[in-house]
Design a protein. Sequence first.
Lengths: 384, 400, 260
Amino acid sequence: MIDYLFTEEQQMIRDLCRQITDERIRPVAAELDRTGKFPRDVMKVMAQSDLFGIYIEEKYGGMGGGITEICIATEEFSRGCGGIAISYGASALGTYPIILFGNEEQKQKYLPLLARGEKLAAFGLTEPSAGSDASAMLTTAEKKGDKYILNGMKHFVTGGGEADLYIIIAMTDKSKGARGASLFIVEKGTPGFEFGKKEDKLGIRASSTTELIFNDCAIPQENLLAKEGMGFIAAMKTFDMSRPGIGAQAVGIAQGALDCAVKYARERKQFGKSISTFQGIQWMLADMATQIEAARALVYASAREIDAGKKDVGKDSAMAKLFASDVAMKVTTDAVQIFGGYGYMKEYPVEKFMRDAKITQIYEGTNQIQRNIIGLALIRETLK
Amino acid sequence: MGISVDKNKCTGCGLCALTCPFYAISMVNGKAEIDLEKCTLCNACVEACRKFQAIQIIRETTKTPDIEKYKGVWVFGEQRNGNVQPVVYELLGKARELADKLQVDVSCVLLGSNVKDKAQEIIRRGADVVFVTDNPKLEHFLDESYARILTNLIRKHRPEILLVPATVTGRSVISRVAVQLRVGLTADCTELDIDLKERLFLQTRPAFGGNIMATILSKYHRPQLATVRHKVFPERAADPSRTGKIIEMDFDKSFFISRTRVLNVVEEMASTVNISEANVIVAGGRALGSAENFRILRELADVLGGTIGATRAVVDSGWVPYAHQVGQTGKTVCPNIYFACGISGQIQHLVGMQSSKIIVAVNKDPSAPIFQVANYGIVGDLFEVVPLLTKKFREVLKRA
Amino acid sequence: MNVVVCIKQVPDTAQVRIDPVTKNLVREGVQAVINPYDFYAIEEGLRLVEKHGGKVTVISMGPPQAEAALREAISLGCDEAVLLSDRAFAGSDTLATSYTLAAAIKKIKDFDVIICGKQAIDGDTAQVGPGIAAHLDIPQITYVRKIEGSEGNALVAQRTLEEGYEVVKAPLPCLITVVKEINKPRIPSLKGKMKAKKAEIIKWGAAHLDAESGRMGIAGSPTEVWKIYSPPPRAKGQIFEGNIEEAVDAVVEGLKDHLN
């Protein structure tokens, strides 16, 4: 339904991503879900198809798009596998701080590699004791000569172990609390930087989630992104822009589940007829489809708003993420219900959608945090 | 030349417009009008209008000179390593039937190295004449020399029909022969008959992946060439009392020149069993879950003297080699019995196996489309059903 | 090394059927796609050229809409595309088709290898590839599953047999037809798709070819379709639900006489 708003190029991206989903993602989704293996081959195909460049400026070797393009790709991939989709999306999340806050040198050094998909990026924020309360982080970066020395750990890092570049937030001045945090680019292989345990997850199992451990890890001062003390603000700005991507993931997962449910409802016969002829089933499907379409509209509206350069996008992107992820959870649960007993079995694809959907309500700010963001913004607006 | 609508005969029923696969027909003032830019002369409308005969395609084509002098039914006696392929005996059976209708002889062309002694068996299987060229240069199949010799024999002896196995070898060589003779060739026929009145060879074959059957004619050209699939016609039993002529043909050196050279022939373990020749195929889909689980299908296949088949998804996952893939982009098979285990029955698979004589489907999901083509369907877990089938068949076969 | 890849736009056969009531071909919603085997041919052509340099020219005979198939081939990386489209080609059977394609390839002139998919899924004849080779009088290797060597002035390839394969050497120029096993076709790139949108497609009709009109189209086609019909429906089968033991017994009983 949203298609009419897409440019010709965006439609091309959608078609290409749909083809990759059909030909390369769906055939491996169940297997990777079972083994938890990272989709290296699929990432390679995405790279060869120029899809890591669709949100990077042309002068850095990209195609010049933005958040809308990320959403289109993520939605399409998610229809096949939410885990593979987020493996793609996580690199975008790690790339965006460089796009937004990198200086010319940093952009020239990293963006062409990222645009070609030769390197993947990831974002490390969460710590065991600093989840929703990011300001409670313990990781430190101490300036020593022309280097910063990192100590501490991050966990739940999507893309951990697989990505080549990590955007890490660490305290450069503990006394200043949130205003004492800074962002750094840390390359895989830097001495003192190691990967800890790999998480065994409920869903999005094809994506890698690991701990990052920093032990007197020295990085050159050129790898400081933005200014010292800007880290927390920069991270929040990044999330303001990345949330539609999670919304798009949620929409894709929901759509994938609905597609399965409609097909199954047509094939499945009970009481001598296809269950799709029962009004009870039709109404469920109708509600699912309507909710997805509403979520999609919200997601792309907020994506376009960001791409258009609007300043305060936090509230709208939080709405998109919040609504789309709640829809995904509801729709995938209903899809399992339509499949009945088969839906509960791993032999059928639909339970995976439900497991994959859950994370969209949790990561990049839980939906409770999203409501905080929306609520605060509403109050602030009335104060203006 | 071309296509035309007889406006007097056209009733404006619109059936042709509905039928045209290329959207070339529209109804103008209650009559069919054909957009010649779109029409491909596929004949679908002519067929649709059979009742009123308002649409006509006029052909002006060349004609084989002395067409009435072409007599006899021939079979290409494909051999591998000096062994005549079983499909040849299937073709001889059909050739005999056609020849008897036409009241002509059946001849077989046997090309190879050290193959002379096989000619007698071919006669026992129904041939009246066997043309043999036995030459060490024909040890390996080579398109060019085989095609050259076959073309020469046809020009000399003028058969009206030539049947060729629809094998890798048969299809390759006969396509070249057809071009050299400038005659028609119909691939993969599954039904063959004679229109005695017109003395025409009716060649019927599946098209569009088996969803449609098409009967093809070659009215003005001889011989009429057709390739025929394995296992479509029964093998003709040997009759030791049959006699016939064996004619050895020698050719001068130039006939054996080939630009291609066979460097090596490799028989492969993975595909030693030729699934197009198998009487029983036990096929599995993704529901098997892993390569190891194909063991249970292999056990059933072993008990029944069959081989295993697989869906595209299974082959793409690397569980089973490509040689076992059945369906679109895989092989088309028609065994006596086809077991589809944990195969939902997507159309891409069905096109490869729906002409099997008996289909047994095992699937958990009672609404799986495979049950619609199955002669026997068992709704259940293949991990329970298949081993039980193996056990019961073993018992039955032991008793027999 | 210059490669010519022949492709065909076919209806997605999975969607083609005959209406059980009207007995007509149902065309609604049937999409035109590149013949699946031709993707392997394109991929192999691209790989040869990536290895040796040169260009891949893709050629197709068909209605004007077949241009879409050629654009897709360009999006995958083919350099040039030729569409053979003319009223005079209508009604071609495999003999006329291979003659016409051969005439066009002669016009392209500069080629070392011609690659075709092993067959098209609408007709399943596997005749056009060898037919082109015969018309051009060049050697062929059909059913190729691997190119072992492409150095010097020859091609060494594994040709699939029913029970294994043989290694065949052919001097250039030659024609090969390829099977699915040969490679995994690539997915187009976004840049490729953009290039394809703008690419110029060379269009040739009968007048552009040095060919006899009597050998093209319906005039050059010895075969004709006499009639088409639905395959007879399969007899309704017995479906067993419930007790598996009983079901298996019944099936074994039913099949017992068909074993041998």
